[in-house]
Design a protein around this ligand. Structure first.
Ligand SMILES: Nc1ncnc2c1ncn2[C@@H]1O[C@H](COP(=O)(O)OP(=O)(O)O)[C@@H](O)[C@H]1O
Ligand SMILES: [Mg+2]
Length: 240
């Protein structure tokens, strides 16, 4: 069978996307595609435009050129809420849960637009570590627990595609393992696609079907996950 026949249909297609802050250009013509049930990693040092890319795709920042298509529909310029309703989840860098609200209240707010019966129970089944923390305020959780809460909040909307911005940043290794296992589960059990922005090589390699390297607002190259084990790349990203 040909390679083309094996390719998954496209879920997200970003074409020649440009954007930035006010008059400062940051993204210089990004092309990116994500298939159904595909996990795409984006690797890049600090300041390369990874967060700007996710925020522009999600409608938090205005694109100055190019297009974002989702399920074959042009969603360029859509507001974040509309992207979310269409099935795109976004877990921002730094997690941004509600620190003053309890874990349960954080989940209830995320679930407010979803009439699914037993939704909170379903979320807690997917995130059993949150069960004993329900009455804790979000702000007193560890970084890893906050990341699990942020993921659970995102899952409340039953997304088809999730954009993840550095989920391992500042998180202890034991919970990084839990997050990796959960993301793998969501991909295989729910068929969710992912765009994962990371600087953690081992994490991105363990999850991604394909990896893009981002440099100065552009996709510089595409790597297979195996290539991420190359010693020179490991050296380049060491100590980040
Ligand atoms: N709110 C902002 N206003 C102006 N420039 C910004 C803003 N946020 C980020 N930048 C700049 O945009 C560039 C890319 O940042 P960012 O997308 O956060 O990179 P990354 O996520 O890869 O670390 C950096 O030079 C950064 O200083
Ligand atoms: Mg960033």
């Amino acid at each position: 069978m040909s390679i083309l026949a094996n390719r998954q249909p496209e879920l997200l297609k970003v074409s020649n996307l440009t954007g930035g802050y006010g008059k400062i250009p940051i993204l210089f013509g990004i092309d990116l595609s994500v298939g159904e049930n595909e996990f795409v990693g984006i690797l890049g040092h600090n300041g390369m435009g990874k967060t700007t890319l996710l925020r522009t795709m999600m409608g938090h920042l205005r694109a100055t050129g190019g297009a974002v298509a989702y399920q074959g529909q042009d969603i360029t310029g859509w507001k974040p809420e509309r992207c979310a309703r269409a099935g795109i989840g976004y877990v921002p860098q730094g997690r941004q849960i509600f620190p003053a609200l309890s874990v349960l209240e954080n989940l209830q707010i995320a679930a407010v637009n979803n009439a699914e019966e037993g939704l909170i129970d379903r979320l807690l089944e997917d995130f059993p570590r949150l069960k004993p923390l329900l009455d804790r305020r979000g702000g007193v959780l560890s970084g890893g627990e906050q990341q699990l809460l942020a993921l659970a909040r995102c899952l409340a909307a039953s997304p088809k595609l999730i954009l993840l911005d550095e989920p391992t940043e500042g998180i202890q290794p034991s919970i990084i393992e839990v997050i990796q296992e959960r993301l793998t589960h969501f991909k295989t059990a729910y068929g969710i696609s992912f765009v994962l922005v990371e600087q953690n090589l081992e994490f991105i390699r363990g999850l991604s079907d394909r990896v893009m390297v981002m440099q100065k607002g552009q996709i510089a190259q595409e790597l297979s996950p195996e290539a991420i084990a190359e010693p020179n790349l490991i050296e380049e990203f060491a100590g980040l």
